[in-house]
Design a protein around this ligand. Structure first.
Ligand SMILES: Nc1ncnc2c1ncn2[C@@H]1O[C@H](COP(=O)(O)OP(=O)(O)OP(=O)(O)O)[C@@H](O)[C@H]1O
Ligand SMILES: [Mg+2]
Length: 308
Protein backbone atom coordinates (compact mmCIF):
# COMPACT_ATOMS: atom_id res chain seq x y z
CA UNK A 1 0.00 0.00 0.00
CA UNK A 2 2.75 2.42 1.02
CA UNK A 3 6.37 1.88 0.15
CA UNK A 4 9.11 4.03 1.62
CA UNK A 5 12.60 3.73 0.21
CA UNK A 6 15.75 5.29 1.55
CA UNK A 7 13.99 8.23 3.19
CA UNK A 8 16.32 10.90 4.55
CA UNK A 9 15.67 14.04 6.57
CA UNK A 10 18.01 16.53 8.19
CA UNK A 11 17.45 19.56 10.37
CA UNK A 12 20.45 21.73 9.52
CA UNK A 13 23.44 19.52 10.11
CA UNK A 14 21.45 17.08 12.27
CA UNK A 15 20.66 13.96 10.27
CA UNK A 16 17.41 12.68 11.78
CA UNK A 17 16.41 10.01 9.24
CA UNK A 18 19.35 8.19 7.73
CA UNK A 19 17.78 6.34 4.82
CA UNK A 20 14.86 4.35 6.16
CA UNK A 21 12.91 1.83 4.08
CA UNK A 22 9.78 -0.13 4.87
CA UNK A 23 6.48 -1.20 3.40
CA UNK A 24 2.99 -0.99 4.85
CA UNK A 25 0.62 -3.68 3.64
CA UNK A 26 -3.11 -3.05 3.25
CA UNK A 27 -5.30 -4.11 6.15
CA UNK A 28 -2.45 -4.57 8.62
CA UNK A 29 -1.55 -2.78 11.81
CA UNK A 30 2.03 -1.74 11.52
CA UNK A 31 4.01 -0.93 14.67
CA UNK A 32 6.79 1.65 14.61
CA UNK A 33 8.83 1.17 17.70
CA UNK A 34 11.64 3.36 18.95
CA UNK A 35 13.03 5.24 21.90
CA UNK A 36 12.66 8.99 22.42
CA UNK A 37 14.23 10.94 19.60
CA UNK A 38 14.58 7.92 17.30
CA UNK A 39 12.71 9.66 14.47
CA UNK A 40 9.14 8.31 14.73
CA UNK A 41 7.27 11.63 14.68
CA UNK A 42 9.53 12.98 11.96
CA UNK A 43 8.70 9.98 9.77
CA UNK A 44 4.98 10.38 10.41
CA UNK A 45 5.05 14.11 9.75
CA UNK A 46 6.71 13.42 6.41
CA UNK A 47 4.28 10.66 5.42
CA UNK A 48 1.29 12.88 6.25
CA UNK A 49 2.67 15.79 4.27
CA UNK A 50 3.31 18.14 7.19
CA UNK A 51 7.04 18.47 6.59
CA UNK A 52 9.33 17.94 3.61
CA UNK A 53 11.97 15.30 3.24
CA UNK A 54 15.45 15.50 1.75
CA UNK A 55 15.79 12.29 -0.20
CA UNK A 56 14.27 8.92 -0.97
CA UNK A 57 10.94 7.77 -2.41
CA UNK A 58 7.45 7.43 -1.01
CA UNK A 59 5.02 5.52 -3.21
CA UNK A 60 1.36 5.08 -2.32
CA UNK A 61 -0.27 2.46 -4.54
CA UNK A 62 1.82 3.35 -7.60
CA UNK A 63 1.43 7.08 -7.00
CA UNK A 64 4.58 9.02 -6.26
CA UNK A 65 4.27 11.24 -3.18
CA UNK A 66 6.31 13.94 -4.88
CA UNK A 67 3.83 14.29 -7.75
CA UNK A 68 0.48 13.26 -6.27
CA UNK A 69 0.78 14.36 -2.66
CA UNK A 70 -2.65 16.05 -2.45
CA UNK A 71 -4.47 13.08 -3.92
CA UNK A 72 -2.67 10.65 -1.64
CA UNK A 73 -3.33 12.69 1.48
CA UNK A 74 -7.09 12.55 0.86
CA UNK A 75 -6.88 8.88 1.78
CA UNK A 76 -4.76 9.41 4.87
CA UNK A 77 -5.69 10.28 8.46
CA UNK A 78 -3.34 11.47 11.21
CA UNK A 79 -3.58 11.61 14.96
CA UNK A 80 -0.50 13.60 16.04
CA UNK A 81 1.42 12.90 19.24
CA UNK A 82 0.09 16.02 20.98
CA UNK A 83 -3.07 17.02 19.16
CA UNK A 84 -4.16 20.59 19.71
CA UNK A 85 -7.76 21.69 19.30
CA UNK A 86 -9.50 25.02 19.69
CA UNK A 87 -10.56 24.68 23.31
CA UNK A 88 -13.33 27.27 23.02
CA UNK A 89 -15.19 25.13 20.47
CA UNK A 90 -17.49 22.27 21.42
CA UNK A 91 -16.73 18.80 20.03
CA UNK A 92 -19.60 19.23 17.60
CA UNK A 93 -18.41 22.60 16.37
CA UNK A 94 -14.86 21.43 15.91
CA UNK A 95 -15.84 18.40 13.84
CA UNK A 96 -18.13 20.59 11.74
CA UNK A 97 -15.21 22.93 11.23
CA UNK A 98 -13.01 19.99 10.12
CA UNK A 99 -15.81 18.98 7.78
CA UNK A 100 -15.83 22.36 6.05
CA UNK A 101 -12.16 21.79 5.21
CA UNK A 102 -13.03 18.59 3.35
CA UNK A 103 -15.51 20.09 0.85
CA UNK A 104 -18.36 17.89 2.11
CA UNK A 105 -21.94 19.16 1.93
CA UNK A 106 -23.39 20.53 5.15
CA UNK A 107 -25.87 17.67 5.76
CA UNK A 108 -23.05 15.15 5.17
CA UNK A 109 -20.81 17.02 7.62
CA UNK A 110 -23.52 16.90 10.30
CA UNK A 111 -24.14 13.21 9.66
CA UNK A 112 -20.45 12.34 9.81
CA UNK A 113 -19.99 14.43 12.99
CA UNK A 114 -22.76 12.56 14.80
CA UNK A 115 -21.53 9.22 13.50
CA UNK A 116 -18.01 9.85 14.74
CA UNK A 117 -18.99 11.18 18.15
CA UNK A 118 -21.00 8.01 18.59
CA UNK A 119 -18.11 5.79 17.49
CA UNK A 120 -15.65 7.35 19.96
CA UNK A 121 -18.21 7.40 22.78
CA UNK A 122 -18.52 11.19 23.02
CA UNK A 123 -22.07 11.67 21.85
CA UNK A 124 -23.18 13.45 25.01
CA UNK A 125 -19.92 15.35 25.34
CA UNK A 126 -20.30 16.77 21.81
CA UNK A 127 -22.08 19.80 23.22
CA UNK A 128 -19.31 20.56 25.70
CA UNK A 129 -16.29 22.75 25.11
CA UNK A 130 -13.10 20.85 24.22
CA UNK A 131 -11.15 22.69 26.93
CA UNK A 132 -13.21 20.73 29.48
CA UNK A 133 -12.38 17.28 28.05
CA UNK A 134 -10.17 14.93 30.08
CA UNK A 135 -6.94 13.50 28.58
CA UNK A 136 -8.69 10.29 27.56
CA UNK A 137 -11.62 12.18 26.02
CA UNK A 138 -9.22 14.42 24.08
CA UNK A 139 -7.43 11.36 22.74
CA UNK A 140 -10.72 9.77 21.64
CA UNK A 141 -11.79 13.05 20.13
CA UNK A 142 -8.49 13.15 18.25
CA UNK A 143 -9.45 9.81 16.76
CA UNK A 144 -12.75 11.23 15.57
CA UNK A 145 -10.92 14.12 13.89
CA UNK A 146 -8.39 11.83 12.22
CA UNK A 147 -11.20 9.59 10.90
CA UNK A 148 -13.33 12.39 9.46
CA UNK A 149 -12.31 11.84 5.84
CA UNK A 150 -12.74 8.02 6.12
CA UNK A 151 -9.04 7.33 5.66
CA UNK A 152 -7.73 4.08 4.19
CA UNK A 153 -4.47 4.57 6.03
CA UNK A 154 -4.38 5.99 9.53
CA UNK A 155 -1.25 7.31 11.23
CA UNK A 156 -1.31 7.26 15.03
CA UNK A 157 1.63 8.82 16.84
CA UNK A 158 1.84 7.30 20.33
CA UNK A 159 -1.92 7.29 20.82
CA UNK A 160 -1.79 5.60 24.22
CA UNK A 161 1.25 7.19 25.89
CA UNK A 162 -0.67 9.73 27.94
CA UNK A 163 -3.45 7.41 29.07
CA UNK A 164 -4.13 5.29 32.13
CA UNK A 165 -4.44 1.48 31.66
CA UNK A 166 -8.18 1.64 31.09
CA UNK A 167 -7.88 4.45 28.56
CA UNK A 168 -5.12 2.52 26.80
CA UNK A 169 -7.25 -0.60 26.52
CA UNK A 170 -10.09 1.45 25.04
CA UNK A 171 -7.81 2.87 22.38
CA UNK A 172 -6.32 -0.54 21.58
CA UNK A 173 -9.81 -2.03 21.20
CA UNK A 174 -10.62 0.84 18.96
CA UNK A 175 -7.59 0.16 16.79
CA UNK A 176 -8.64 -3.47 16.50
CA UNK A 177 -12.14 -2.37 15.42
CA UNK A 178 -10.64 -0.15 12.74
CA UNK A 179 -8.53 -3.03 11.51
CA UNK A 180 -11.63 -5.21 11.28
CA UNK A 181 -13.21 -2.52 9.13
CA UNK A 182 -10.26 -2.75 6.76
CA UNK A 183 -8.42 0.41 7.80
CA UNK A 184 -4.64 0.12 7.59
CA UNK A 185 -2.92 1.52 10.67
CA UNK A 186 0.60 2.81 11.19
CA UNK A 187 1.17 3.14 14.91
CA UNK A 188 4.19 4.57 16.63
CA UNK A 189 4.82 3.75 20.25
CA UNK A 190 7.41 2.84 22.79
CA UNK A 191 4.97 0.68 24.75
CA UNK A 192 5.79 -2.92 23.95
CA UNK A 193 2.56 -4.22 25.37
CA UNK A 194 0.56 -2.20 22.85
CA UNK A 195 2.59 -3.65 20.03
CA UNK A 196 1.86 -7.17 21.26
CA UNK A 197 -1.84 -6.45 21.49
CA UNK A 198 -2.58 -4.95 18.11
CA UNK A 199 0.32 -5.12 15.65
CA UNK A 200 0.87 -7.57 12.81
CA UNK A 201 4.22 -6.18 11.72
CA UNK A 202 6.89 -4.24 13.54
CA UNK A 203 9.82 -2.05 12.61
CA UNK A 204 12.27 -0.89 15.21
CA UNK A 205 13.86 2.48 14.54
CA UNK A 206 17.03 3.57 16.29
CA UNK A 207 18.88 6.84 15.70
CA UNK A 208 17.12 7.39 12.38
CA UNK A 209 17.78 3.90 11.04
CA UNK A 210 15.52 0.88 10.93
CA UNK A 211 17.31 -1.96 12.68
CA UNK A 212 14.65 -4.66 12.33
CA UNK A 213 11.48 -5.12 10.26
CA UNK A 214 9.52 -8.29 10.82
CA UNK A 215 6.17 -9.87 11.51
CA UNK A 216 5.39 -9.87 15.22
CA UNK A 217 5.62 -13.65 15.48
CA UNK A 218 8.75 -13.73 13.37
CA UNK A 219 10.34 -11.12 15.62
CA UNK A 220 9.54 -13.11 18.71
CA UNK A 221 10.72 -16.38 17.22
CA UNK A 222 13.95 -15.06 15.77
CA UNK A 223 15.05 -12.89 18.63
CA UNK A 224 13.65 -14.73 21.56
CA UNK A 225 16.21 -15.76 24.11
CA UNK A 226 16.12 -18.17 27.03
CA UNK A 227 16.47 -16.54 30.43
CA UNK A 228 17.03 -18.28 33.77
CA UNK A 229 15.54 -16.41 36.71
CA UNK A 230 17.31 -17.46 39.90
CA UNK A 231 16.61 -16.40 43.45
CA UNK A 232 18.93 -17.17 46.35
CA UNK A 233 18.57 -16.94 50.10
CA UNK A 234 21.26 -14.26 50.32
CA UNK A 235 22.80 -11.61 48.09
CA UNK A 236 24.16 -13.36 44.99
CA UNK A 237 26.79 -10.92 43.73
CA UNK A 238 29.42 -13.63 44.19
CA UNK A 239 27.53 -16.08 42.04
CA UNK A 240 27.06 -13.40 39.41
CA UNK A 241 30.81 -12.88 39.31
CA UNK A 242 31.33 -16.59 38.71
CA UNK A 243 29.05 -16.43 35.64
CA UNK A 244 30.54 -13.23 34.21
CA UNK A 245 32.48 -13.89 31.01
CA UNK A 246 31.34 -17.49 30.54
CA UNK A 247 30.88 -18.15 26.85
CA UNK A 248 27.24 -19.31 27.12
CA UNK A 249 26.14 -16.22 29.06
CA UNK A 250 25.12 -13.12 27.15
CA UNK A 251 23.95 -10.87 29.94
CA UNK A 252 23.39 -10.90 33.70
CA UNK A 253 20.95 -8.82 35.67
CA UNK A 254 21.45 -8.71 39.40
CA UNK A 255 18.94 -7.43 41.93
CA UNK A 256 20.16 -8.38 45.44
CA UNK A 257 19.10 -12.02 45.87
CA UNK A 258 17.79 -12.31 42.34
CA UNK A 259 19.78 -12.98 39.22
CA UNK A 260 18.52 -13.23 35.63
CA UNK A 261 20.86 -15.07 33.32
CA UNK A 262 20.34 -14.28 29.63
CA UNK A 263 21.62 -17.25 27.73
CA UNK A 264 23.51 -17.38 24.46
CA UNK A 265 23.77 -21.15 24.15
CA UNK A 266 20.99 -23.07 25.84
CA UNK A 267 22.45 -26.58 25.54
CA UNK A 268 25.69 -25.49 27.22
CA UNK A 269 23.75 -23.48 29.80
CA UNK A 270 21.62 -26.46 30.77
CA UNK A 271 24.53 -28.56 31.93
CA UNK A 272 26.94 -25.84 33.06
CA UNK A 273 24.55 -23.78 35.17
CA UNK A 274 23.40 -26.80 37.15
CA UNK A 275 27.00 -27.86 37.85
CA UNK A 276 27.78 -24.40 39.24
CA UNK A 277 24.62 -24.28 41.33
CA UNK A 278 25.35 -27.63 42.96
CA UNK A 279 28.59 -26.34 44.47
CA UNK A 280 27.19 -22.90 45.37
CA UNK A 281 26.95 -22.33 49.13
CA UNK A 282 24.21 -19.67 48.90
CA UNK A 283 20.97 -21.72 48.99
CA UNK A 284 18.85 -21.56 45.82
CA UNK A 285 15.18 -20.72 46.39
CA UNK A 286 13.82 -20.27 42.85
CA UNK A 287 14.99 -21.70 39.54
CA UNK A 288 12.94 -20.83 36.49
CA UNK A 289 13.60 -20.98 32.77
CA UNK A 290 11.54 -18.65 30.60
CA UNK A 291 11.57 -16.98 27.21
CA UNK A 292 12.49 -13.33 26.87
CA UNK A 293 9.57 -10.92 26.62
CA UNK A 294 9.14 -8.54 23.70
CA UNK A 295 10.42 -5.80 25.98
CA UNK A 296 13.64 -7.67 26.62
CA UNK A 297 14.03 -8.39 22.90
CA UNK A 298 13.58 -4.70 22.16
CA UNK A 299 16.07 -3.56 24.79
CA UNK A 300 18.59 -6.11 23.61
CA UNK A 301 18.27 -4.99 19.99
CA UNK A 302 18.37 -1.30 20.78
CA UNK A 303 21.11 -1.31 23.38
CA UNK A 304 23.53 -3.82 21.94
CA UNK A 305 25.09 -4.07 18.55
CA UNK A 306 23.39 -7.37 17.84
CA UNK A 307 24.07 -8.49 14.29
CA UNK A 308 20.90 -8.84 12.27
N1 LIG B 1 11.87 20.88 14.10
C1 LIG B 1 12.99 20.29 14.50
N2 LIG B 1 14.17 20.96 14.48
C2 LIG B 1 15.32 20.37 14.86
N3 LIG B 1 15.42 19.09 15.30
C3 LIG B 1 14.28 18.38 15.36
C4 LIG B 1 13.01 18.94 14.96
N4 LIG B 1 12.07 17.99 15.14
C5 LIG B 1 12.70 16.90 15.60
N5 LIG B 1 14.04 17.12 15.74
C6 LIG B 1 15.05 16.16 16.21
O1 LIG B 1 14.91 14.99 15.43
C7 LIG B 1 15.13 13.81 16.21
C8 LIG B 1 13.94 12.89 16.07
O2 LIG B 1 12.80 13.50 16.64
P1 LIG B 1 11.37 12.82 16.59
O3 LIG B 1 10.42 13.78 17.18
O4 LIG B 1 11.10 12.33 15.21
O5 LIG B 1 11.58 11.56 17.55
P2 LIG B 1 10.51 10.53 18.14
O6 LIG B 1 11.01 9.17 17.78
O7 LIG B 1 9.16 10.90 17.69
O8 LIG B 1 10.67 10.72 19.72
P3 LIG B 1 9.58 10.71 20.91
O9 LIG B 1 9.40 9.28 21.31
O10 LIG B 1 10.23 11.51 21.98
O11 LIG B 1 8.32 11.35 20.40
C9 LIG B 1 15.39 14.31 17.63
O12 LIG B 1 16.78 14.34 17.82
C10 LIG B 1 14.82 15.71 17.62
O13 LIG B 1 15.49 16.52 18.54
MG1 LIG C 1 7.48 11.45 18.70
Amino acid sequence: MLKVTNLTKSYGSLEVLKGISFEIKRGKVYGFLGQNGAGKTTTMNILTGLIDFNGGDIVYEDKDFKNDKRQILKKVGYLPQNPVFYGYMTGNEYLNFIGTLTNMSLPDIKKRTNELLEVVGLKDAGKRRLSGYSGGMKQRFGFAVSLFNKPELLFLDEPTSALDPEGRMEILDFINDLKNQGVTVFLSTHILNDIERVCDEVSIIKDGKIIVSAGLEELKNNYIQPIYDLEFENDCTKFKNILTNLNWVEDLQLNKNKLSVHVKNISLARSELLKLLVVESNPLMVFNLRKSTLEEIFLRLVNKDVLI
